[in-house]
Design a binder for this molecule. Sequence first.
Ligand SMILES: C[S@@+](CC[C@H](N)C(=O)[O-])C[C@H]1O[C@@H](n2cnc3c(N)ncnc32)[C@H](O)[C@@H]1O
Length: 277
Amino acid sequence: MDVVDTIDSTLIPGWVPPELDTTRAHTARIYEYLLGGMHYFDVDREAAETALRHVPQAREILQENRAFLNRATRFLAASGITQFLDLGSGLPGTDNIGDTAREAHPQARIVFVDYDPMVAVHGRALVAAADPTHTAVVEADVRRPAEVLADPELRRVLDLKQPVAIVMNSLLHFIAPEEDPHAMVAEFLAAVPAGSALVVSHITDGGRPVQAEAAVRAWDQATSPMYMRSEKEIRDLFTGTEIIQPGIVPRPLWRPDGEVREDWQEIWGLVGVGIKR
Ligand SMILES: C[S@@+](CC[C@H](N)C(=O)[O-])C[C@H]1O[C@@H](n2cnc3c(N)ncnc32)[C@H](O)[C@@H]1O
């Protein structure tokens, strides 16, 4: 008998909602596979393995991505922010930002938004059901900020007159230039008061454009297109905010809570946190 270290989700009867497209890889499920979770399909695993062939450190990049998100959430919660809008949240797992924020504020409110129906199904069953007063999962497309912001579930949980942390962690590199990610960020920021925060983590080519281009092509074939951006383009996303120390930096260098890994330059991508003026 084979011994496996993860469960093949497709073998669990009844959990796959009928609206789910299991023939095409989805980013949230590729993440789930790479982070050692259980909710993915064969297509997602194949896409993840393809990405790993081009960027062998992809797993470490994702782990550092989540670690940054947790440090940023802890930092903002300690600074007094109690409301979080997690856009492109992926599957809210055991280390979701709700749990992290509630370590500082047991009454913290979190809304997870993703356009992958699996996120809504699992998020509602696993996270929102546990604390429906303070948590909601919204299935929506962040490229339509007005619709997201008007969602009744979001409005039920978040008070947009009070500061909100707008979290876009590894989201914006899935937004095409012609869809104007800068305007999209600005529209979300315009809906919240001064003192609100913007958290961004964005992939870059890590100074290896040829390898990065191959990885982007492989990802595009497997799932949705991905767009690299320059440091300036990433910095410009923070227009209207004050970028807090240490600025726009690679993930492992953002307020590390332990020793910084020696290979931090291999962790492609830049992150930052800004506070709306
Ligand atoms: C790479 S994952 C990041 C997950 C999580 N934020 C993290 O940092 O670990 C990107 C997520 O964004 C979602 N996404 C991509 N484009 C989106 C869109 N236009 N609207 C809503 N969600 C989107 C994907 O479904 C996926 O779950």
